[in-house]
Ligand binder design. Structure first.
Ligand SMILES: [Fe+2]
Ligand SMILES: [Fe+2]
Length: 259
């Protein structure tokens, strides 16, 4: 059998029309900016094939293949940070909260304040667009704030309890909800909803294109929204494509332990 690790054309084999976007990003996290640039959804749409995601983004397949192949060729060899596919789940949960939840909690009110200032200053010329932006942003903020609380207070402690028990450092956890499967499904549903709201923000703002009379606050608002979007894409990718599937697997191991 051919040894894939020693195959100099190994990377070319990975970019196939039926490769799922999520699998590709799990194996090659450094491809994320290239997927962002192509407009391919790798977090909520991680279960889609590359071909499907390319069609959805309005990109043709040869372009997508060429960009991703080139990116794989440029990918540095060796250690590129923590491998979240194998790191302890407890560490991954703490990383998500410390990095992504903290960032989101800080940015949501900050951007809300900037949006209010921009509405006050530019309401006469951009009132309709800014009103639409306010409605979508307001709903996204409310949903995300509630979402983070549910993850931090219910789901993540449950997952950490399973991982602690399976690692021999805790008692067997008892869940009132039966399994972590249904809260995970609910979180994935909310990720889809956040993903749609982010896409709507782009559409409303014409891809964050500033009007000719934009002030520095307007610019700071659009820069902040872009940063929020990029961070949420990475955050949702980590949960949907790595943390949640691994947690479901860990719970199955626990259930099989006594059988
Ligand atoms: Fe989260
Ligand atoms: Fe989440």
């Amino acid at each position: 059998m051919k040894d894939i690790a020693k195959d100099p054309h190994r990377q070319y084999n990975e970019i196939q029309p039926d490769t799922t976007v999520g699998d590709l990003v799990v194996r090659h996290p450094l491809l994320r900016p290239y997927l962002e640039q192509l407009g391919l959804d790798y977090c909520c749409g991680g279960k889609k094939s590359l071909l499907e995601a390319a069609h959805q983004a309005g990109q043709n397949w040869p372009t997508v293949m060429a960009v991703l192949q080139r990116a794989l060729e440029l990918e540095p060899e060796g250690n590129v940070g923590t491998n979240w596919n194998t790191a302890p789940l407890i560490r991954l949960a703490d990383h998500i909260v410390a990095k992504h939840h903290a960032f989101t909690k800080e940015q949501l009110p900050r951007l809300d304040g900037l949006l209010s200032k921009v509405q006050n200053a530019h309401g006469a010329q951009q009132g309709e667009m800014l009103g639409h932006l306010r409605r979508v942003y307001g709903a996204l903020r409310a949903e995300l704030e509630a979402h983070l609380i549910k993850e931090e207070q219910i789901l993540f402690p449950a997952i950490k309890g399973i991982d602690a028990f399976m690692s021999g450092i805790g008692d067997r956890p008892v869940f009132h909800c039966g399994s972590i499967f249904s809260p995970i499904r609910q979180m994935e549903y909310e990720h889809d909803s956040a993903g749609k709201a982010l896409a709507e923000l782009r559409q409303i703002t014409d891809n964050f294109r500033l009007p000719a009379d934009a002030c520095p606050t307007f610019e700071a608002l659009y820069d902040g929204l872009k940063d929020l979007e990029a961070d949420l894409h990475e955050h949702i990718h980590l949960e949907n494509n790595i943390f949640f599937p691994r947690s479901v697997g860990r719970e199955e191991e626990m259930n099989n332990k006594d059988r």
